[in-house]
Design a binder for this molecule. Structure first.
Ligand code: ADP
Length: 265
C-alpha cells in the first residue's frame, strides 16, 4: 500500500497551516513528522487521513484520491490514532477495540469469529488482554492510549497515522508503544507515519524524517541527514549539541540551558 500526497496546501481562513507539502509513505516504512508547535503537523496528518479536504493538492492511496473515497473505504485501509484520543463512555476495552472492526462489517451482521480473532490479537499486541473486560474510564492514561492503538490495529490497516502517540506516556510506555509500531512496520508491512515531538525518539525509530516549519516542508530524509545543528537552529530556534547514540548509532540531541536563539515567534 502506498500513500502519496502531492503539493498539499491547507488554510484555516487567513492562516496558512500547510503550504505546498508533498510526502509519501510506502508499505513497511516508518516515517516521523517533526516540527515546532503550530508548524502544521496535525493539519497535514488530518489531510492525509481524508478528514480535511485541502484547498490545494491531492492525496493518493494506491493511486486513488482519498478525498473521493468514502470514509468507510478509507477506514478499511488507513487507521488513525488521534492526539488525546478520549472515549467518554464506560465501554469495556474489548468493546472499544471491537469498534475498530466496524469498517469491515457488513450491515446488520454481527461480529464474526474472524472479528473476535483479530480483536483478541490486537489486544494482545497492545498488552491489553488482561484488561479486556475493564471499563475504559477506569484505566490510566497510558492504558487508554494503548486501547486507542489496539482499536486502530483491529482495523487491520495498511497505513497507520499517529498524532503524538507517546505524549503523556512515561519512558517505559514510550518505548513499549514505539516498539509495537516498529514491529508492525517490519513484520506486517504496515506503513507508519507518526507526528512526534521527541526528536531523539524519532531519530531512534523512524526510517525517514519529514520536518515542517511554518507549514512548509524543510527536510525529508534519514535521521542522520536530517538532524543537524543548522536544522535545530533554523527550525526550532535552539542551539544544541548533537551526539551519536552509543548503542544504535543514530543522532541524538542534547539541549543546552539558555540555548534559545533570539525571538522564536
Ligand atoms: P502542529 O500540529 O504542528 O502544532 P497544527 O496543524 O495544529 O500544527 O496548526 C498549524 C496552524 O494552524 C497553527 O497556526 C494553528 O494555530 C492553526 N490551526 C490549527 N487548527 C486550527 C483551527 N481549527 N482553526 C484555525 N486555525 C487552526
Amino acid at each position: 500500500m502506498r500513500l502519496e500526497a502531492f503539493s498539499i496546501s491547507y488554510d484555516y481562513g487567513i492562516i496558512k497551516a500547510v503550504d505546498d507539502v508533498s510526502v509519501s509513505l510506502g508499505s513497511g516504512e516508518f516515517v516521523g513528522i517533526l516540527g515546532p508547535n503550530g508548524s502544521g503537523k496535525t493539519t497535514l496528518l488530518r489531510v492525509l487521513s481524508g478528514a480535511l479536504k485541502p484547498q490545494g493538492g491531492t492525496v493518493f492511496l494506491d493511486g486513488e484520491d482519498v478525498h473521493k473515497m468514502g470514509p468507510k473505504a478509507v477506514a478499511k485501509k488507513i487507521a488513525v490514532v488521534p492526539q488525546n484520543g478520549y472515549i467518554p463512555f464506560p465501554f469495556s476495552v474489548f468493546e472499544v477495540v471491537m469498534m475498530g472492526r466496524e469498517p469491515h462489517m457488513k450491515r446488520f451482521s454481527g461480529e464474526s469469529p474472524e472479528d473476535f480473532r483479530i480483536v483478541s490479537n490486537a489486544m494482545e499486541v497492545a498488552g491489553l488482554t488482561h484488561l479486556a473486560q475493564r471499563s475504559v474510564l477506569d484505566l490510566s492514561y497510558g492504558e487508554r492510549q494503548r486501547v486507542i492503538v489496539a482499536r486502530a490495529l483491529a482495523q487491520e490497516p495498511g497505513i497507520l497515522l499517529l498524532d503524538e502517540p507517546t505524549s503523556h506516556l512515561d519512558p517505559g510506555y514510550q518505548i513499549e508503544i514505539m516498539d509495537v509500531f516498529k514491529s508492525l512496520a517490519e513484520s506486517r508491512n504496515i506503513g507508519v507515519l507518526a507526528v512526534l515531538h521527541d526528536v531523539n525518539l524519532a531519530s531512534q525509530y523512524a526510517d525517514r524524517l519529514v520536518v515542517l516549519s511554518k507549514g512548509k516542508k524543510v527536510a525529508d530524509g534519514p535521521p542522520e541527514e536530517v538532524i543537524t545543528k543548522e536544522l535545530l537552529e533554523n527550525v526550532y530556534g535552539i542551539k544544541a549539541i548533537i551526539g551519536t547514540h552509543p548503542a544504535s548509532g543514530c543522532p541524538q540531541v542534547m539541549l543546552v540551558p539558555g540555548g534559545i536563539l533570539g525571538d522564536r515567534r
